[in-house]
Ligand binder design. Structure first.
Ligand code: DOR
Ligand code: ZN
Length: 378
């Protein structure tokens, strides 16, 4: 149990979804194609020593978010960032096999000053997989994000022309809009209009948190998909707020009510290829989370697969994990699936209470100190 929660009357165990044992009772071990993480924050510089090794243990391709300080704004920035990640990968203790398999894919951070030429260069670069749009002020390091999305039509035209996906942090940011309504308002007031104007632009609505977002994505053509995080499948706002504020469940978009969580679990485990894995693993040092003004982000890179397996198994759908984790994202991005595999086993593991981070700080993972029923087979 982490220090800050020692006296907490509410134990944030994974207890709110009843397991349906009838469907996958016989599955005690599951071998799936090697998965990819289509949305991760690796951060930069000294943080990479921890984050790269954790991500590369399980995932082959990872789509690296560009919200560094300063952000990854053009192809040169992307090349330099990728080189720093690879340098850290090579310096890690990972096996030669894992080092060879890990493939960080870059994203550009869309600003008010991004040009159509930046998009063309990105599309032709071979290393930029997508472009990320943060509405200015929506989340961590989004101050340089887009202030007027409708003013970026030249960018959307270029994305459509070069078939480069737009990854969306889908929340409006007006002060007067309630934090729990921000995703739905974005869909209704912003995204619906963009899709009408740019009907062939590939869009990933990242880290969806509501049944509204799930329904919205289901109602669109195959060019619109969504990623779902482990925390939004496993938890709801009661876990965050009842019995004391749990800062390690605070992320953006914020956890919603249980009815939304259930719909997310439904669509993630439905076998519909519009929904695929994106952890949104977002490291912040423990003291920056356990603070009077705590940072948004859940760290899950090191235990993401056991977390997802636990969520899928809770509804008797562990057999649907491979599609979600290893096939549908690749299919959306037009990439081949991997030939290698990874095996999950129904043997409990304890999530570490923390990891060493940098400059003496620590990193507290999602479900720190808790038991998970699934683990990765050695
Ligand atoms: O909770 C979040 N943390 N949501 C985001 O969109 C950004 C992320 C971060 O970078 O920390
Ligand atoms: Zn993110």
């Amino acid at each position: 149990m982490i220090a800050a929660q020692q006296d907490c009357p509410f134990t944030p165990v994974y207890d709110n979804i009843e397991r349906d044992d009838t469907m996958t009772d016989s599955i005690r071990e599951l071998t799936i194609l090697q998965p990819d993480d289509w949305h991760i924050h690796l951060r930069d510089d000294k943080a990479l020593a921890t984050t790269v090794a954790h991500a590369a243990q399980s995932f082959n391709r990872v789509i690296c978010m560009p919200n560094l300080v300063p952000p990854v704004k053009n192809v040169d920035d992307a090349h330099a960032y990728r080189a720093r990640i690879i340098q850290q990968l090579q310096a890690s203790d990972l096996s030669a096999e894992r080092k060879a398999a890990f493939d960080p894919r870059m994203t550009l951070y869309l600003t008010d000053n991004t040009t159509a030429n930046d998009i063309e260069m990105a599309a032709k670069s071979g290393i930029v997989q997508a472009v990320k749009l943060y509405p200015a002020g929506a989340t961590t390091n989004s101050a340089d994000g887009v202030t007027d999305i409708n003013a970026r039509v030249d960018i959307f035209e270029a994305l459509e022309k070069y078939n480069l996906p737009l990854l969306l942090h889908g929340e409006v940011t007006h002060d007067h809009v309630d934090i729990f309504d921000r995703e739905k308002r974005f869909l209704d007031e912003v995204l619906a209009q963009i899709i009408i104007k740019f009907p062939t632009m590939k869009i990933v609505l990242e880290h969806i948190t509501t049944s509204d977002a799930a329904d919205f994505v289901l109602a669109q053509g195959n060019q619109v998909a969504a990623t779902i995080t482990p925390q939004h499948l496993m938890f709801n706002r009661n876990h965050l707020l009842v019995g004391g504020i749990k800062p390690h469940f605070y992320c953006l978009p914020i956890l919603k009510r249980e009815s939304h969580q259930k719909v997310l679990l439904d669509v993630a485990t439905s076998g519909n290829p519009k929904f695929f894995l994106g952890t949104d693993s977002a490291p912040h040092a423990t003291d920056a989370k356990e603070s009077a003004c705590g940072c948004a982000g859940c760290y899950s890179a090191s235990t993401a697969l056991p977390l997802y397996a636990t969520a899928f198994d809770s509804v008797g759908k562990i057999d649907k994990l491979e599609g979600f984790a290893s096939r549908f994202g690749a299919q959306f991005y037009g990439l081949p699936v991997h030939e290698s595999t990874i095996t999950l086993i129904n043997t409990p593991m304890q999530v570490p209470t923390d990891y060493p981070y940098f400059d003496g700080s620590s990193l507290t993972p999602l479900m720190a100190g808790e038991m998970l029923p699934w683990s990765i087979k050695a």
